[in-house]
Design a protein around this ligand. Structure first.
Ligand SMILES: Cc1cc2nc3c(=O)[nH]c(=O)nc-3n(C[C@H](O)[C@H](O)[C@H](O)COP(=O)(O)OP(=O)(O)OC[C@H]3O[C@@H](n4cnc5c(N)ncnc54)[C@H](O)[C@@H]3O)c2cc1C
Length: 389
């Protein structure tokens, strides 16, 4: 029986383990934590104060047959097929790295200080609830939100944050006493033009100022200002800065990491550069597609099929939900060959985003695979681009 070792039992790792046929494969997941967290809900904790239970034990999400070991991986040696934790060494026939990302507040002066004071909605539950307590007690002034580096999980999430913040201030009747500012390192509010054409007019109509090409240089906490490398300054009363997102700290004996510690992998097969028996999926990779649960899901399915001997590839499909506030949402849908679809927001799409939160745990177990396959076919970007061009 071939041994498949999965490092990281998050969305991607669990779906991969559940997709492999345990009659033919001996599947083990190694994870430093034995609890899984539904990260997309950080948004609703931080901007709506909805503190529901979003954690589940990993073993409850694994179908029969996979083993789970709670240990933190320290070193990976791909040439010797060896994975080391503090207490053990594991060998494998196939390795899949699915370790996600971490936020890094150390690389920008002042970021650690404002992050511990004001929180953020990309790190963990505590930070998200800290942000809620700050935004909920905000009584007016300048609310500034942006991403400190171009890479962040779920590309729509920075804009979702500012749109939900605007909705909150309006509902609390303090919008008149407030200024809302969104900054981004990209040349437009949303990096992909077809979605930007939809969202930028909405932001302008809601009175949100947009600063583009804003690469955060440092934050002066005495002056309450964020400075860009280009020399611009944004003053804040309430800063919400999404920290840079980087790969986790694992030592690889081979040169397979980029400058942000993302694993260099083939964008079609997810094979780690130079290795036939090792793969990387989900947020942990440098693959040029969105860092999202949907991507991790689709890549996990492809890697499971490749390990089982099928000749399949990942086509770069993205499908990120985008909450535009006031009960409307859209999806950012595209692929390696299809540009992002200018998909109009609707109440039904918002309902679908909320439904996903309800069925998330079962979706990791494969309960809704048939429904997802049909849905992804129905929302094929080529078809949609013809309809909405
Ligand atoms: C605010 C926000 C909103 C989002 N909204 C959406 C959305 O609407 N739709 C969507 O599809 N996605 C969304 N996402 C993104 C989604 O949550 C992630 O992309 C997804 O969880 C990535 O899955 P993954 O398996 O790659 O990593 P993760 O799920 O993060 O799992 C990584 C696992 O690796 C483990 N690990 C790390 N280091 C080690 C180590 N050294 N040893 C052992 N184990 C280790 C971790 O403990 C963790 O369990 C959102 C994210 C955020 C922050």
């Amino acid at each position: 029986m071939k041994k498949v070792l999965i490092v990281g039992g998050g969305a991607g790792g669990i779906i991969l383990a559940n997709s492999l046929d345990k009659k033919n494969y001996d599947v083990t997941i190694l994870d430093k934590s034995d609890m899984q967290v539904f990260q997309p809900w950080f948004l609703y904790m931080a901007f709506e104060g909805k503190n529901k239970n979003i954690s589940k034990p990993t073993v409850k999400l694994l179908n029969k047959g996979s083993k789970f070991i709670k240990e933190e991986v320290k070193t990976i040696d791909l040439d010797n097929r060896s994975v080391q934790t503090a207490s053990n060494t594991y060998s494998y026939d196939y390795l899949v790295v699915a370790t996600g990302t971490v936020t890094d507040t150390s690389s920008i002066r002042g970021l650690q200080e404002i992050n511990s004071k004001f929180g953020d909605y990309h790190t963990n539950i505590d930070n998200s609830m800290r942000l809620w307590s700050n935004i909920n007690s905000f009584s007016g002034g300048t609310l500034v939100l942006g991403q400190a580096s171009p890479t962040c999980k779920c590309p729509p999430s920075p804009l979702e944050g500012i749109l939900l913040a605007e909705q909150l201030l309006t509902r609390k009747k303090i919008k008149q006493k407030s200024k809302l500012v969104f900054f981004t390192p990209y040349p437009r509010a949303y990096p992909a033009e077809p979605i930007n054409k939809i969202v930028e007019p909405i932001m302008k109509a809601r009175g949100i100022d947009i600063y583009t090409f804003f690469d955060v240089d440092y934050i002066d906490t005495q002056k309450s200002s964020i400075y860009s490398i280009e020399g611009d300054e944004i003053h804040y009363d309430l800063p919400i800065v999404i920290p840079p997102c980087v790969g986790v700290k694992i030592e690889y004996k081979q040169d397979v990491l980029d400058q942000d510690r993302f694993v260099k992998a083939d964008k079609y097969t997810m094979r780690i550069q130079g290795y036939d028996d090792a793969f990387a999926i989900g947020d942990a990779t440098n693959i040029p597609t969105s860092k999202s649960g949907v991507t991790a899901h689709l890549q996990a399915k492809v890697v499971a099929s490749i390990i089982e001997g099928q000749n399949v590839i990942f086509n770069g499909r993205t499908h990120c939900p985008f909450d535009m506030a006031y009960g409307k949402a859209t999806f950012v849908i595209g692929s390696y060959t299809q540009p992002v679809v200018p998909y109009p927001p609707s109440a039904f799409k918002h309902f679908m985003k909320m439904m996903m939160a309800k069925i998330y745990w079962s979706s990791l177990k494969g309960t809704f695979d048939f429904m997802f396959d049909t849905y992804f076919k129905m929302t094929d970007p080529e078809k949609l681009n013809k309809k909405y061009k």
